[in-house]
Write a protein that binds this ligand. Structure first.
Ligand code: PAF
Length: 280
């Protein structure tokens, strides 16, 4: 496995693979790898000749009051896990190379970036789209893998790739969960055992919504109220619960078609997100 820090070395890796007509699967990450990331790596390994993983805690996607400084960083463990996952190249660039002096070009996917998490995390998706566009330009993958837990992010990246004619397929992979149902996330490291147990109510609330829809309930606001009550009963602050169209993330009031049910909530200082996709 190659550990690559320079942009030109990363380009050389891609050039070499292309010369051999090999396909490249890419898993972008911010490190602190968990089973969710490993499932993406496994899928990339199955689909493609070469697998590249990036590890870069991207300052541009954190707000001034967010956890950029305290975001978990475990590079040694991450490299071990990538090695076990038979990754071919791990790209670990320096921030000064990704954002050189006078950097001023950002990618903004308007509309989709301003709803759901974008309402409270101003500029977050601009930072995500910008780094992912840069990584796509450097690595030139055939397929890039994203987890459904960050569904809004994946939808935004898919739209960016389509709108900017980027020759990459975006593949959305299922959310990996703890046995309790809690979605795996690097930020779960901030939670105590007791908080983790309480946080499992988020997935229970999503499953309850799915059950109500299956039973024939069609009124989104009534279902959201029931979810809110269930979650609040566990001393968790709901930031939003939304039922939206999977393509344009517009809110739906009457439930038909394919709907993304997404939520964000806070347990203490930790912000968690989760979602499910329901076909009605
Ligand atoms: O999902 C993440 O870990 C990040 O948002 C990503 C896609 C690696 C961009 O920094």
């Amino acid at each position: 496995m190659k550990v690559i820090r320079g942009i030109s070395q990363m380009r050389a890796f891609t050039k070499n693979a292309r010369a051999k007509e090999q396909t490249i699967g890419f898993v972008p990450t911010m490190g602190a790898l968990h089973e969710g990331h490993l499932s993406l790596i496994r899928r990339a390994r199955r689909d493609c000749d070469k697998v590249a993983v990036s590890i870069f805690v991207n300052p541009a996607q954190f707000g001034p009051k967010e956890d950029f400084k305290s975001y978990p960083r475990h590079p040694k463990k991450d490299l071990l896990l990538c090695g076990r996952g038979k990754v071919d190249a791990v790209f670990m660039p320096a921030a000064k190379d990704i954002y050189p002096p006078h950097f001023c070009t950002y990618v903004s996917v308007s509309g989709l970036s301003d709803v759901l998490c974008g309402r409270s995390r101003i500029g977050h998706f601009r930072g995500v789209a910008t780094i992912v566009a840069k990584l796509f330009n450097i690595i030139e993958p055939d397929v890039a893998y994203f987890g459904q837990k960050d569904a809004q992010q994946a939808i935004i990246i898919g739209r960016m790739a389509r709108d900017l004619n980027m020759p990459v397929n975006i593949r959305l992979m299922p959310t990996i969960r703890e046995p309790s149902g809690l979605a795996k996330s690097s930020r779960n490291a901030y939670l105590s055992l007791e908080e983790k147990q309480r946080a499992s109510v988020l997935y229970r609330a999503l499953k309850m919504a799915r059950e109500l829809i299956r039973m024939g309930h069609k009124d989104a606001s009534k279902i959201k109220k029931r979810m809110q009550r269930l979650i609040s009963a566990h001393k968790i602050t709901v930031e939003y619960i939304s039922m939206v169209d999977l393509v344009d993330l517009a809110p739906v009031t009457k439930l038909y078609g394919t709907v993304l049910i997404a939520l964000a909530a806070r347990i203490g200082k930790t912000r968690l997100i989760d979602n499910i996709i329901v076909k009605i």
